[in-house]
Ligand binder design. Structure first.
Ligand SMILES: NC(=O)c1ccc[n+]([C@@H]2O[C@H](COP(=O)([O-])OP(=O)(O)OC[C@H]3O[C@@H](n4cnc5c(N)ncnc54)[C@H](OP(=O)(O)O)[C@@H]3O)[C@@H](O)[C@H]2O)c1
Length: 238
């Protein structure tokens, strides 16, 4: 493993269940973190818990392109380059088609697919130019295997996988590496608004999901973990 000490890491969605634990692990390991979240209060609480100055955080609304433009300006005002980008943001709207409104579909694609596209537009060229970089996205297993009620969510996550696999091909002759992590159910606030009978006590603990991401951030430059699948023990097969 290669230490993340001193690495410039952008963590998008740091205020989420998985993101905040990932932030803590990376911080403990000495990474130079830049955190984003939508909720200004929880971002500022997290930053003070981790002892991060305000200029290493940015409130970002992933549906707003100008917010993402501002993010790259703020990031590069603090750090000269970027070593790792972890995208731990996203939403889940899980409903049967009859209840799924076009606005649900659009919003899911905006946040889970268009926003990662915009992030790539901002940060990938810089990584390519620097000849290094690691990009980690979390499509989750619903980006690999469909589930009833997940038409919008799976569309966004399959789309994310397709986009990232294509970008990986585009970057083949660069030193930029791409990792997709397919997590099964993780017990986090993600599920709070989802009207589905799920056994949260049987899900992956958010801390363990974060440890997997933290591990992935430490891939030595000579290799890459292209994909990782981490499932709750009772869903071992996909
Ligand atoms: N939990 C699971 O079972 C599971 C399984 C597989 C994959 N995943 C994926 O893992 C990632 C993290 O999930 P999680 O469980 O940590 O979810 P979470 O606790 O709901 O956190 C979601 C994160 O996304 C941010 N976010 C949502 N909408 C946003 C917007 N419009 N603008 C800016 N930020 C926005 C949230 O910001 P605020 O909190 O500040 O609003 C939060 O930081 C997501 O991509 C999810 O699809 C989750």
């Amino acid at each position: 493993m290669e230490s993340v000490k001193g690495k410039k890491v952008l963590l998008v969605g740091a205020t989420g269940g998985i993101g905040r634990r990932t932030a803590a692990l990376l911080r403990q390991s000495g990474a130079d973190l830049f955190l984003t979240g939508r909720n200004a209060d929880s971002l500022s609480v997290l930053a003070s818990e981790l002892g991060l100055p305000a200029n290493q955080t940015a409130v970002v609304d992933l549906q707003d392109p100008t917010s993402l433009d501002q993010l790259s300006v703020s990031f590069f005002a603090v750090f000269p380059h970027i070593d790792v980008m972890v995208n731990a943001s996203g939403i889940g709207i899980i409903k049967p088609l009859e209840q799924l409104e076009e606005e649900d579909f659009r919003r899911t694609l905006d946040i889970n697919l268009t926003a990662p596209f915009r992030l790539m537009k901002k940060f990938l060229p810089v990584m390519k130019q620097a000849g290094k970089g690691l990009v980690i996205h979390i499509p989750g297993v619903l980006g690999k295997v469909p589930m009833a009620g997940a038409a919008a969510y799976s569309a966004s996550k399959y789309g994310l996988v397709g986009m990232m696999q294509s970008l990986r091909e585009e970057c083949k002759r660069t030193q930029v590496r791409f990792t997709l992590i397919y997590l099964g159910g993780v017990d986090s606030p993600f599920w709070d608004g989802i009207d589905l009978r799920v056994q949260r006590d049987k899900m992956i603990v958010a801390e363990e999901a974060a440890k997997a991401i933290w591990f992935l951030c430490q891939q030595p430059a000579s290799g890459v973990v292209s994909e990782m699948v981490l499932q709750p023990f009772n869903h071992q097969a996909i």
